[in-house]
Every structure is written in structure tokens, then in C-alpha cells.
Ligand binder design. Structure first.
Ligand code: FES
Length: 150
């Protein structure tokens, strides 16, 4: 079946089964490999994208459920002022270690600040608590988000 999906402002045609997770459509059908596979069961946050502005786990969203919603991925993060500010804070604070989970971390952080530009520390912790980092960069991630929020 062919799906017509808006990704980063562009309409893309994807010929794939409707139950294919959006994550695999992005990576395998479109070659957009910035979005990462971690657990595949909605538990780690590595695959986070935005769907109509909300942080969404693309491993758990079937293509058939995307419809006319707007999908944004890490490839377009630098197109938004908040995304740019977070990327810069990530660099300034040397947030990354291995880097594997960071696309998901950044997409979730951007959704947080787009929806709540001045979150409290508790709100940052709550919003980011589902994004797992095997290198345990949690403090630096939190500080970088707080810096952009101020
Ligand atoms: Fe989607 Fe882990 S790969 S939540």
C-alpha cells in the first residue's frame, strides 16, 4: 500500500505495509537514519520524533496511523529556533558520550520547550524520564535543557 506522509514539511510516498512502524519507514524506506532504533517496544525513547508537535515513539506508530499528521525528525531539528538553541547547548555543555540516544533526547527536549518554554526542574525531569541513556548523561542533558529554558 502507498502512504503519502508529510515529513519535515515535504510530502513523501512510502510503499509499505500499513503495520510497518514509522521508525522503519523512515530508516529503511526513506534512508533517514537520524532516528534511532533502541528497544523497538516504546520503552527507551531513542526513536522519538514529533507528530503534530508532540514527542512520539516512532517504533510504536504504524504507518497507517500517521494519516495527514505532520512528522518532524531530527534531520529538521536545526530549522526551529528552539532546536538550534538545544543543539548549541548540547555542544557547549559537551552533553554526549556515545551519542546513540541523543537524537531522541533532543527531539523530546524540543517538544518539551515548544510546549512549555519555562519548565521547572521537576517538569524537565518528568518530561525526560522516559528517555534512556546507557552512558547516564542525565545531569548534562538536564542542565542543557534548563539553560535553554532560562
Ligand atoms: Fe522506540 Fe525504544 S526504539 S522507544
Amino acid at each position: 500500500m502507498t502512504f503519502s506522509i508529510t515529513i519535515n514539511g515535504e510530502t513523501r510516498e512510502i510503499d509499505a505495509p500499513g503495520d510497518m512502524p514509522l521508525l522503519w519507514a523512515l530508516r529503511n524506506e526513506l534512508g533517514m537514519v537520524g532516528t534511532k532504533f533502541g528497544c523497538g517496544i516504546g520503552m527507551c525513547g531513542a526513536c522519538t520524533v514529533h507528530v503534530d508537535g508532540q514527542a512520539t515513539r516512532s517504533c510504536s506508530l504504524p504507518l497507517s496511523a500517521v494519516g495527514d499528521k505532520q512528522v518532524s525528525t531530527i534531520e529538521a531539528l536545526g530549522q526551529s529556533p528552539v532546536g538550534q538553541a538545544l543543539q548549541q547547548a548540547w555542544l557547549d555543555d559537551d552533553v554526549m558520550q556515545c551519542g546513540y540516544c541523543q537524537a531522541g533526547q533532543l527531539m523530546n527536549a524540543t517538544a518539551l520547550l515548544n510546549n512549555n518554554p519555562n519548565p521547572s526542574d521537576d517538569e524537565i525531569s518528568a518530561a525526560m524520564s522516559g528517555n534512556i541513556c546507557r552512558c547516564a548523561c542525565y545531569n548534562r542533558i538536564h542542565e542543557a535543557i534548563a539553560k535553554v529554558a532560562r
